[in-house]
Design a protein around this ligand. Sequence first.
Ligand code: B12
Ligand code: SF4
Ligand code: SF4
Length: 398
Amino acid sequence: MNGDSPARSGRRSTIQTADVVELGLGAGLTSVGVTGADVFEPALSVLPRRKAAGMAGTMQFTYRNPERSTDATRRLPEARALVVGAWAYPSGDEPAPDRPAARVARYARSDHYRRLERALEVVAERLGDHGYRAQVLADTNHLVDRNVAWRAGIGWYGKNTNLLLPGQGSWFVLGSVLTDAPLEPTGPPETDGCGRCTKCLDDCPTGAIVAPGVVDATRCIAWLVQAGEPIPHRLRPAVGDRLYGCDDCQEVCPPNQVSRPDEVEITDRSPNGPQWLDVAWFLTASDDDILARHGRWYIADRDLDVIRRTALVVLGNIARPDDGEPAIALLRRYLSHTNPMLRGHALWAVRRLGLDLHLEVDVVDDETTAIEQAAEVEARFPSDAWHHGDGVLPRARP
Ligand code: B12
Ligand code: SF4
Ligand code: SF4
């Protein structure tokens, strides 16, 4: 997976924070910072609280073992510092095609994580040349990436929980190099760049940002489309045309409205793949074909029916009368699919499109009905305690 540059000899030569920052910027990172390898306290206290409040749903990632994901020395006991970098991805949009098409969030249109890792590997290799151990960690279960970036002072926690870089916004992926080099930290943390703005809270289509800095993942479309369970009924219309990821809370964010000075350069350095994908293709392609094109996406248990389930919801949300027979043929096929979750989502799409008369929905069996009934469960509303934020970061009150 990620590179580990072990000390190449017993001898170590000096390397300064300024050197690694310059190296990272030269490798294409937009911002580079350094923080110590001590425990990431905010996340250590927040992860278990969010989990206990039911806001993590079935998510694992950093939630699986907060003691590990907030303590880099679990990975490298002699670690002294983390060099964190932000890799920019294009923020542009493509016009929607004239056929039922599903939307992919910007960060997932191309393998920006791989490009981020390559840039971080340049830093790791140089640390290795100086005789230090260095490991690249980007988007793993082992480290809370945003907390590292925040403590290194490269950006602030937006109320949508994304990490924003001053003057650059949040269209970045984040990763770090863990090292035993005694690098001086950058910083201090940025306390607040949001001010009185609340646009992301107001405009999230599912109300998933339940308080400033608090996302309830069980309502967040970015998680719903990845999770292996049926998508709750009341949230299916809000999924809209999104097949993978959701960008709404970043699209409405004022700091992201300002065009980045180097957007053209970013697009050259890290070009994006298509924004729009053919829904019918996902409902007819084999597992192997889907994996060949989109295998780098997180798909719960690598079960491609999870993607097909979301494609059925998208079809139910966006099909138009003039899509006619092809959409009906696809839904007919899925009404008798062997997977009851897919039968249930097809049934929902049929009803949403008012196609009940064209299709024999009375064939619906008990198993499908049970799954759909379970998906009727109302999304929870967390206690008022969350409406005051986590209170673990020093910042101005909204
Ligand atoms: C789990 C996860 C998710 C989950 C949960 C997200 C969440 N907000 O918790 C889901 C699947 C929903 C998700 C969605 C997305 N994710 Co995600 N995700 C992760 C992952 C794997 C772990 C994050 C984590 O530990 N969350 C746990 C909670 C506790 O952390 P937190 O929300 O940051 O909590 C902090 C704040 O609450 C803050 N805080 C505390 N009190 C207060 C008070 C106030 C007022 C404020 C403002 C903040 C604040 O301190 C807390 C502790 O650090 C990381 C990768 C990694 N290994 O770190 C990527 C990561 C966070 N995701 C990323 C991305 C790109 C996204 C999406 C934009 C993708 C998309 N377009 O669909 C969306 C954004 C949704 C959103 N608004 O967060 C990037 C973020 C880049 C950035 N610029 O911030 C990361 C870092 C991946 C990467 N390596 O680049 N993600
Ligand atoms: S990613 Fe979408 S659903 Fe999740 S918090 Fe942001 S706007 Fe809401
Ligand atoms: S939309 Fe406003 S409140 Fe939300 S993250 Fe952006 S600046 Fe902050």
